[in-house]
Design a protein around this ligand. Sequence first.
Ligand code: HEM
Length: 385
Amino acid sequence: MTATPDAALDPFAAATRAITEPHPARAALRAAGPIVRVEAPAGGPAWIITDDALAREALVHPRIVKDPAYAPSGWDPRAAALEPTAAAQPSLTTCDGPAHTRLRRAHAPLFTARRISGYTERVTALARDLLTPLADTGGTVDLAADFTTRFPLTVVCDVLGVPLDRVDQAIAACRGMYSSDPGEVGAAMASFGDLAAAALAEGRHGLAVELRDRIPEEFTEPQLHYLLFTLIYAGQLTTDPALGFLLARVLGTGPAARDGNAVEELVRDTLRRHAPAPFSLWRFTSDDIDLGGLRLPARSPVLIDIQGINTDPARPAGPDLAFGAGPHYCTGAQLALLELGAVVNVLRADFPHARLAVPYDELRQTDFGGIQGSRLTALPVRLRG
Ligand code: HEM
């Protein structure tokens, strides 16, 4: 039998803490065992996997699925922030098995390391274009107020072919997704549809048009729009907070010295310490299964504690789980690495005197609660020193 962690250490609680303070529930979860039963935010039991090997087993398990059709029948999909079922809305994040493989095949060639490296110059120029006017103000700028959101969205819009005069609309749509008002979330989804349509309009050239030509024939236009929504939203949700933690480290006196670190290593290490997706997305058992010595009934919700596993002092050497593992491994990983590295390179080349305007230790992060990650509350920086 697994222990249930102390209710005072709710892993899904919203809270604000110092950038240097570890998440309060992670060590307790690990101490409770490799698979830990907790109370799900939407009610009832859920199982959190805290062990690297067991996580990797679960991530490829044929009877641990993503389709919200297998969510506990008592869950309110809205309260649980579930996506539509795979039947209602096929998506990379909700399909399993052969349907998922077909969608991955459609996306894969567009997001390979080789293909994405072709955007290096463009992404670097976009970082420079956004940072230079901020530096020219000559004062202290809060990079978490706008830049860390705007830059990833500018990049993802650019590569997909969404016109860049729509970036403000993309920012508003992403922010709308955080609303507790269903009307606002609905408006944000409609706005994403509009952005997708703009990328697919006559004469546009970008990955959106390429994806349209590659997806299974039976896909409708709204279904394609949903695939593009997934790319835009997933591209902001994770890269935005990651950029905050990375810049804090590069410009402050945090755990890494600002010079002398290979950029990709610095980026990967930051993602490992501050996993932008601290939990996997929800998975559900499609049948009764045995996992980690437990019998889980069908429709059991399962999460991987990516953050806890990544920061486990006993984690085996090898790749971490920042981008997941198995068939649902992050589609945008290469793009995210390129974006994050490009900002560091531009800072080092163009703004060598840039520094944090406050001591590193005074920066704070907010955990948004549920399975969402944390983000810096502010990142005051002097770009010209
Ligand atoms: C630092 C930035 C990022 C991190 C840490 C990250 C992390 C992750 C993780 C952990 C997963 C797997 C979730 C699971 O298995 O439950 C995932 C999936 C995914 N990510 Fe990312 N991501 C990042 C950036 C991006 C970007 C830039 C894009 C789009 C361009 C993107 C698009 C996706 C998509 C579409 C999936 C679903 C893949 C599937 O289910 O087959 N991500 N990401």
